[in-house]
Design a protein around this ligand. Structure first.
Ligand code: PLP
Length: 383
């Protein structure tokens, strides 16, 4: 069975010696825009591509304002600060996520709390979230506290895992009821919509990533999404050293951050955005091919987009029968030139976070034992 799968994947990607998991494609205006940057000397944090990239992403996602950052991790850091998270606050998130989510929480000195995910989305479960809050939280004067630790529960950070939207509307409702700020880790989900609305625009703030392996890349980069234009403006101020605009004076009115994306990175981003919709359709077509192929196989199934969603299928997922099968599949494919990866080590199993509170994490553990990512790059042949 593993041989048949390996051959199918190789075939899908044009029978290369090595089939990577996710690599960028540069088929548009990337070189042209980079040359424009160099010729104009505006290669750094000021330049027309920065503004244009923000406008393109705002328009595509429907956010009122988008603000670039150096990468997705510091976009999340900024988002949490803007949501009012402070030292010793608790932030509810997933154990099934990439380390960046928890690192950003930790930069502030806040504590992640790990809530279970849904099997059908791999994202934060609104049911588990409500249950944990019922057992642990109390709201006093519109502030949510943990009854057991006494800490404030300030924010919730669901993640749209591998580009599949989580049950975000229900999460919004729970957060509103408990007076918790919602920050979406939409790092993996540019191009993914829930009920026609782009991921990252449901909460107070959303964070995107444009790392090299993501659906849109700027080399490294990130973006904050806002529905509140004023908050977006404030984010721009904080991410640009909180400098008060003036033609020659250096006055800063806050502790600011140098989280500005250089113009050369934004130039790449503009060129990439021009092709985003094509990339997503291409990836969805690949996912469809996988879905058909795995449909009549026993003991292995292809993960399809959740209800009410249009997923970007950033990284395709198969679910193996158990952990032993997962390990065998990883071994076989990686031995035979097809790159595959298990899901990240769960956050609550890492030394920095093993002391953190968590619920049963039943679905989280179930998925961690079975999920494998399979090659997902845009296929040039069908572009
Ligand atoms: C990629 C990613 C980020 C941000 O990563 P950067 O490499 O800093 O851009 C954050 N969260 C998740 C879940 C990610 O996959």
């Amino acid at each position: 069975m593993y041989e048949k799968i390996t051959n199918f994947i190789k075939d899908l990607y044009g029978n290369q010696d090595f089939t990577p998991l996710s690599v960028p494609v540069f088929v548009g205006n990337e070189k042209k825009y980079l040359n424009e940057c160099i010729n104009s000397t505006f290669v750094s944090s000021v330049g027309k591509f920065v503004d244009r990239f923000e406008e393109m992403v705002a328009e595509y996602t429907g956010a009122k304002r988008a603000v670039v950052c150096v990468n997705g991790t510091n976009a999340l850091h900024m988002a949490l600060m803007l949501a009012g998270v402070e030292r010793n606050d608790e932030v509810l998130t997933q154990a099934l996520t990439f380390i960046a989510t928890c690192n950003a929480i930790s930069y502030i000195g806040a504590h992640p709390v790990f809530i279970d995910v849904d099997r059908e989305t791999m994202g934060l479960s609104p049911v588990a979230l409500r249950k944990w809050l019922e057992d642990n939280a109390e709201v006093k004067s519109d502030v949510c506290y943990n009854k057991h630790t006494g800490h404030r529960i300030k924010a919730c950070v669901p993640m749209h895992t591998f580009g599949h939207p989580c049950k975000i509307e229900e999460i919004v409702a729970v957060c509103q009821e408990y007076h918790i700020e919602l920050v979406e880790d939409a790092a993996e989900s540019i191009g993914s919509f829930y009920k026609g609305r782009h991921t990252g625009t449901f909460g107070k703030i959303g964070a995107l990533s444009f790392n090299g392996n993501k659906t849109v890349t700027t080399g490294g980069g990130g973006m904050l999404l806002f529905n509140d234009e004023e908050l977006g403006k404030y984010a721009k101020h904080l991410t640009t050293q909180a400098k008060v605009p003036h033609r020659w004076e250096f006055v800063h009115d806050h502790i600011g951050y140098n989280y500005r994306m250089p113009n050369i990175n934004a130039a790449l981003g503009c060129a990439q955005m021009e092709h985003l919709e094509e990339y997503v359709l291409n990836k969805r077509e690949t996912a469809h091919r996988y879905q058909e192929f795995f449909a009549n196989m026993d003991d292995i199934s292809f993960f399809t987009e959740p209800e009410n969603s249009r997923s970007n299928y950033w990284l395709n997922v198969v679910i193996l029968k158990d952990k032993a099968a997962q390990q065998e599949f990883l071994q076989y494919t990686n031995d035979h030139g097809v790159m595959t990866r298990p899901i990240w080590e769960l956050m609550n199993r890492l030394p920095m976070f093993e002391h953190c509170q968590h619920d049963s994490l039943e679905n989280t553990i179930w998925l961690a034992d079975r999920v494998v990512n399979i090659p997902s790059s845009v296929r040039m042949k069908i572009l």
